[in-house]
Design a protein around this ligand. Structure first.
Ligand SMILES: NC(=O)C1=CN([C@@H]2O[C@H](COP(=O)(O)OP(=O)(O)OC[C@H]3O[C@@H](n4cnc5c(N)ncnc54)[C@H](OP(=O)(O)O)[C@@H]3O)[C@@H](O)[C@H]2O)C=CC1
Ligand SMILES: CC(C)CCC[C@@H](C)[C@H]1CC[C@H]2C3=C(CC[C@]12C)[C@@]1(C)CCC(=O)[C@@H](C)[C@@H]1CC3
Length: 373
């Protein structure tokens, strides 16, 4: 476990000041006359939307792009952001990360609109049809593992996944592969010699090694696709750093803690949450992982925005934490990752990418032929 990085502490403040000074001296990197471009996937609600709000509070000159699958919700999020940041530049991008064609089209649009990407927040995620193992919950409640159970939900949650229209497992496609394909498509912008770019994954402490199998990276045969996809994103981040740091691309992962959002409200009926909300604030006294609000959950995402990429640990997951008194801070914790498996995952993802690209080309050619006849 690494040291904590509390905002407002002498450490964090002086680091942040010296960072702004030294970073602006890096050749070709951000300087005050350049507008930073930040793209956030799944920006229309929850942690993604709270992050956008926090980023605009930090830098009102940003060019912020909300990449969302539902344009009505995206428009509503944009209006909400503009209410508090009247002059902000907030763009919308249609992106369904769970669809190969949508990712390819959106990436073309990004390349047409922007000449640089400073931050790409890979935040969109799903946990479909979650089931809570009530027996395991009560067993855990009276065990020594109780704090860990509340922090990670280890052994508590299963989901029912399905195959999407691209023939991929939906959770894998949305939480991992769509984002991987997006990075690959945007490499010309993300890997520029003249500047550094950052990709930041919203992972989870529910990412467990035991839920992932390299022989079944899509998790076709298991019941924990969410945990598997998040563990895969941790491994992919490490592999991306190995392969792309020299080209100026840096990847990090965070865990927002337990946050009350559409995703968590989907786990149990809403009356249940209403009943236990006071208990959850009580639990916060014993575990700092109950961040509860999207604003608190976005702490590590916001903290990473302020850090120099070279100072970050590629093997760390950055956790948003909230103390019993409601103080937010970010803490790096070492991830349990095997370098070989992360390398194999990276090459398997490259293989899958070329397969899906082949399918897209076939379909486009067939469509063209059909339209001629
Ligand atoms: N809440 C929590 O306790 C935790 C959350 N996380 C992670 O945080 C991230 C954000 O989730 P959270 O804010 O909690 O939940 P929300 O459901 O509020 O946010 C998820 C966002 O992802 C979007 N999204 C889902 N599928 C797609 C898709 N195919 N294409 C584009 N966008 C999509 C949603 O859009 P739409 O509105 O259209 O559904 C929504 O904007 C997720 O990756 C989640 O796994 C990690 C740990 C804990
Ligand atoms: C009496 C009931 C059966 C009580 C059930 C409590 C659970 C619903 C929660 C206990 C720990 C929670 C948790 C998450 C969801 C809700 C719980 C399982 C997450 C899995 C949500 C998404 C994440 O990515 C994790 C970091 C969360 C970990 C804790």
């Amino acid at each position: 476990m690494g040291g904590s990085c509390r905002p407002g502490s002498a450490d964090a403040e002086s680091f942040s000041r010296s960072f702004s000074r030294s970073f602006s001296r890096l050749p070709g990197s951000f300087s005050s006359d350049m507008q930073r471009v930040v793209i956030v996937t799944g920006a229309n609600s929850g942690i993604g939307l709270a992050l956008c709000e926090r980023l605009l509070m930090e830098d009102s000159q940003l060019r912020l792009c909300l990449a969302c699958r539902n344009m009505q919700r995206a428009e509503a999020a944009r209006s909400a952001l503009l209410t508090s940041h009247t002059n902000a530049q907030v763009d919308l991008l249609h992106l369904d990360v769970g669809s190969v064609q949508s990712v390819l089209t959106a990436a073309q649009e990004v390349k047409a609109r922007y000449s640089r990407i400073d931050f790409l927040y890979l935040n969109a995620g799903i946990m479909p049809n979650p089931q809570v193992n009530v027996k395991a919950f009560f067993k855990g409640l009276f065990s020594r593992n109780v704090i860990n159970m509340f922090a990670t939900a280890e052994g508590l949650l299963t989901q029912q996944d399905r195959i999407n229209s691209d023939g991929l497992q939906e959770v894998f496609a949305t939480n991992l592969f769509g984002h991987f394909l997006l990075i690959r498509e945007l490499e010309p912008l993300l890997c520029q010699a003249s500047q550094t770019s950052r990709v930041i994954w919203t992972s989870s402490s529910n990412a467990q090694r035991s839920a992932f199998s390299i022989e079944d990276m899509q998790h076709r045969n298991g019941t924990e696709p969410y945990s598997s996809s998040k563990y895969a994103s941790d491994m992919l981040s490490l592999a991306l750093n190995r392969h792309k740091n020299k080209q100026g691309l840096f990847s990090s992962v965070i865990c927002p803690g337990l946050v009350m959002t559409n995703l968590t409200y989907g786990i149990l009926p809403s009356f249940f949450w209403t009943l236990i909300i006071p208990i959850m604030f009580l639990i916060r006294i014993f575990t700092n992982t109950f961040t509860l609000t999207p604003y608190n959950g976005a702490e590590a995402l916001h903290w990473l925005f302020l850090q120099k990429p070279e100072s970050l640990d590629p093997r760390a997951k950055y956790h948003s934490l909230t103390s019993g008194l409601g103080k937010n801070y970010t803490q790096p914790r070492q991830m349990d990752i095997d370098d070989n498996i992360s390398e194999i995952l990276y090459s398997k993802l490259l293989q899958l990418e070329s397969t899906v690209r082949g399918k897209v080309t076939e379909t486009t050619t067939a469509d063209k032929l059909n339209s001629r006849t």
